[in-house]
Design a protein around this ligand. Sequence first.
Ligand code: SF4
Length: 665
Amino acid sequence: ECNEAPMVTESVSATAPSPAVESPGLMRRLVHRPLAVACLAYVAALIAVAVIAPIVMPSVIGEHAGDLLASRQGPGMHHLLGTDALGRDVLARLLVGSRVTVVGVAYALVVVLLLGVPMGVAAGFIGGWLDRIVGWLADLTFSVPAIIVILVVLAVYPQSMLAAMITLGVLAAPGLMRVVRSATLPIRKELYIDAAQVSGLSRPYIIARHVLPRVSGAIIVQISLLSAVALLVQTGLSFLNLIVAPPAPSWGGMVADGVTSLVLQPWLIWPPGVAIAVTVVAFGLLGDQVRDASAEGWAAGHRRRRKRAAVTSVAPRAGGRKNSAAALSAPRQDVSALLSVAHLSAALPSPAGSVGVLEDVTFDIGVGEIVGLVGESGCGKTMTAMAILGLLPAGGHVTGGSIWFDGQDLAAGTERELRQVRGKQIALISQDPMVSLNPVFRVGWQLAEALRYHRGLSRRAARAEAVELLRKVRLPQPEVVARQYPHELSGGMAQRVSIARALTGEPRLLIADEPTTALDVTVQEEILDLLRELQRERRMGMLFVTHDWGVVADICDRAVVMYAGEVVERAPLVPIFHEPLHPYTKALLSSNPHYLSGGQDLPTIPGTVPAAGAWPGGCRFHPRCGYATVECRTEPVRIELPSPGRETRCIHYDELIPTRSSERS
Ligand code: SF4
């Protein structure tokens, strides 16, 4: 602990970004753009005028507002923008008429927002049948000619601007819905959304606090553009005298008056025309500015993530591991069953139909026991972890077997039951801590949010406990870290925050999905030490997903080896290292750079892991196995029990035991 503190402190200051890129806030980026400020100021002024002008100039609205002796005058001292055919002041009518325009646009926008945002987010976040129904409804709406429908509605409700603009809102909502859905889809796949689900947070809460802030930029852009469209439709209908009856002033009606007087006083068409054009341009430019500001913000975040990834990926992962032999000989804790996965099978959807990704996966984890789940990428390790949490990718489902946890079969559990377990009793630490944290909220807020949800703490108590948790995971200056955004943290600090978040529900089982893979070797050691200490202190069971035998030797009690969606070997740590009973385990151990002496080439396993759905018949490892016989290629291979505590899915396991193979020869 003493060695670690100075190094992490250094990383706090080393990674602190410049103020220009520190804030993820859209508004803060917008105010640095003069054009955006001008557009916002114009829209704000327009709204203010729409509210105030009809109050301070009520005489403009009346039937006897004009002076016929002063009709069709050009701009002058008494009438800055001249007078119309009835001698009414054009400027006053323009200001008062802005209310009709603003109210009409507001009607349409409220309807668009109320329909488009919830439906778009739900379709993108939940997917499946809901997405299909919403898409079908959108297609149906797109195929309807909007202006015809509005005219039909106005035939039923004459002069009703409310009916006309609500109809416009309903017909425009699918456009916003599609944009919001598209913006939600990639966010749905972000690990911090999975982390929030793992924390047990409800779906509406995750959508409100984690998804909506991320799609707000896209919504504002669309709303700006829709405002311009709504304004044009509203003024068009006013021009035709369909929604605002004379003598009430409206911009569209004023354009119509100007057209009538085009020969006698062509000036009359200019004031309302310019007002409409400037407002439409302001809405359009505001949308552009919001889009550019959003893109700028996320590009800055992307550059920071890439830079950090480049820094962490150059460090060797293998070196610096503690002596494996010493770790192997360390006493292990007594265990009793906490999680029992039995004959678990799962499938994912694909264009060709359902494809199995897990088959007959069986293993146990005891209280206070750490089990390593080992294998190459694509063997089903992460899929197993996600199946335990009930978080298989969209459309994925458990097709057989059971997942018993604390007397409850999670494989048969409902979403509500799983939410009671996730985060509270089973927590997850993911491979890339940075993407499992929401980039738009401060670290302390994210921890306090989980604490309030799981432990029902008050806002104040949750904030204090969040700082305490940051201290527990050995982050120096936890008060400072609590006020930072995720992009201000180094990889090691972010992983500590991720561990702190996993502890908010005081879980009994921790699933660590390659938690040290993205970290440099020194930080890996520190994180493993921290995990080991926390696990012993709280007597948590732990499923440690990894492809690194050094990590397994360092921290695990037992190992479960997976290949092509199956468990191929299970054993306590010492025997599996000294006497692997499956050729795949043996090959993996031989490929471990820890066991090479200088100048030796690193052995590799020929071929690659077959993709799900393309698993070979017989033993799935046979195309890559040096011990394969005809039997291996034709017969399904069952689990063998060579000795107490040992299990292998190999019919020739005895050839891997030196004494038995020499006896046979
Ligand atoms: Fe190799 Fe045959 Fe054993 Fe499969 S069953 S691992 S092919 S020896």
